[in-house]
Design a protein around this ligand. Structure first.
Ligand SMILES: [Fe+2]
Length: 467
């Protein structure tokens, strides 16, 4: 291969942890924001053999798996290795190389952790985050989250935002420059460079390098409020289908997923078991959506079957959108029809499916909330059938909310906080604890982390930590 610049500018990542394996990822991009669409990442149109190693120790003296993978221009020279044959609930280290000797030309080393065995009752510590609009601030919350070394991170959507630089940015809301020329993403090249811009951030790189991620997407990975194959704004559907396919491909190319896009789609709803403690069900609320249905028939059938079959103590729906009813002050319609409030019959089928230990984790609204899921949200005396924890954003600016009015109008909602942050959960067969963490500012680096609130779950009710 012709001499390249350092190819690991976008770092390394791992994801989709299973009891016996994990996906490890990198992408060769010596010029990550290169302007030539024919040379993504500044790479020539050649197939590159990438060597990889997985070891038990950070010094790579006890290598347990190694091999090679092909990096092709068709996939922007990204590499997704399905590492198998590992031990459950075990920490591993991994790295890549395109030169020789290996150690002298290696990528930074990543750390990962496999999921526990199916029979495990060991506690699960996971974090969840969402909404990390690059131009809105620093990823300080991710840095603090990484310091806590969770077993796994769930990213609940808006990993990128497709927007270009606004003509008149609101004060304090445009504190970092997008990749040049700062336009909205529509083509594959533009989406690729948007991910590359995000992934050159040192805090985001460090978070991927230290912890395996499971990601679900929301709308901004493609376009604001899109529905299935419809753009949501009445523009040309054929052009939107091409744009969506480009966005899905770039998403795959930059995240440690187990599956590739095919037929312009990408299978994203999936089950990630963590022993007998938690079954995580990652949902796709965008790809199959119509005005009448959020999940599509096949995904709903899959979800209901998985919920019924699960013998784990907790069934966790990992998905972007506010699940509980949230009546909003102001002019009609008084609910967000883009969230589950737009699909109340589907929500009621899930809430009333008789699931023991139902927990929904969500994002999207750029503020932190917590609430109880009701059998019938219109009837305050109806049974509680689960709980919901809504994370704030990592950076994305919050829309102004009259939180007191919303809490008063929705007695099943118990908590609000308006700062950027992340959420840490510690889950066992006996109990569930959620801790909200926040930072006071994101326009500059270095904000300290704050404990905001904590809750345990008892009989589908939220019990606040006593101070
Ligand atoms: Fe968002």
């Amino acid at each position: 291969m012709a001499k390249l610049g350092f190819p690991f500018t976008l770092g390394v990542a791992s994801g989709e942890p299973a009891p016996d394996g994990v996906i490890i990822w990198t992408r060769l991009a010596p010029d990550p924001l290169g302007q030539d669409p024919q040379r993504p990442g500044g790479m020539p149109d050649t197939v590159v053999t990438v060597r990889w190693q997985v070891a038990e120790d950070e010094g790579f003296t006890r290598i347990v798996r190694e091999g090679t993978a092909r990096a092709e221009r068709r996939w922007a020279h990204s590499v997704h290795v399905k590492v198998a044959g590992l031990n459950p609930a075990t920490e591993y280290f991994y790295r890549f190389s395109v030169g020789a000797p290996f150690a002298a030309t290696a990528s930074p080393a990543g750390r990962t952790r496999t999921a526990p065995a199916a029979s495990s009752l060991a506690p699960v510590r996971f974090a969840f985050v969402s909404c990390q609009r690059y131009e809105h601030g620093r990823y300080t919350a991710l840095r603090h989250m990484t310091d806590e070394r969770p077993d796994v991170v769930f990213q609940l959507g808006d990993y990128i935002y497709e927007y270009g630089k606004p003509a008149a940015p609101a004060p304090g809301r445009y504190v970092r420059k997008l990749e040049p020329p700062e336009r909205a993403c529509e083509t594959l090249h533009q989406y690729r460079n948007r991910y590359a811009r995000y992934r050159t951030d040192p805090d985001l790189q460090a978070a991927h390098r230290a912890v395996p991620w499971v990601t679900v997407w929301d709308d901004h990975e493609v376009r604001d409020n899109y529905q299935g194959t419809l753009p949501g704004d009445g523009s040309d559907p054929a052009a939107f289908r091409r744009r969506r396919a480009a966005a899905y491909q770039a998403y795959y190319e930059h995240l440690p997923l187990r599956v590739r896009p095919s037929d312009s789609g990408l299978q994203m709803y999936r089950w990630r078991p963590y022993g007998r403690v938690a079954d995580f069900l990652a949902l796709d609320v965008r790809q199959y959506r119509t005005r009448a249905d959020m999940l599509g028939a096949a995904q709903e059938r899959w979800l209901m079957e998985r919920l019924a079959a699960s013998s784990a103590r907790w069934k966790v729906l990992a998905q972007p959108l506010f699940f509980a009813r949230r009546l909003l002050p102001g002019p009609p319609p008084h609910v967000s029809t883009d969230a589950w409030d737009g699909y109340p019959a589907l929500r009621a089928r899930i809430a009333n499916a008789g699931v023991r230990g139902l927990v929904v984790i969500s994002g999207d609204v750029h503020n932190a909330w917590a609430g109880e899921i009701m059998a019938d949200f219109a009837d305050p005396s109806s049974a509680r059938t689960g709980v919901e924890f809504v994370g704030s954003s990592v950076t994305s600016a919050s829309s102004v909310t009259d939180a007191d009015a919303v809490l008063a109008a929705n007695p099943h909602l118990k908590f609000f906080d308006g700062r950027r942050g992340y959420v840490m959960c510690t889950v066992t067969a006996e109990g569930w604890h959620t801790a909200y963490r926040a930072v006071d500012f994101v326009d500059l680096p270095g904000a300290p982390v704050r404990d905001v609130a904590g809750f345990t779950v008892q009989d589908n009710r939220l019990v606040p930590d006593t101070a």
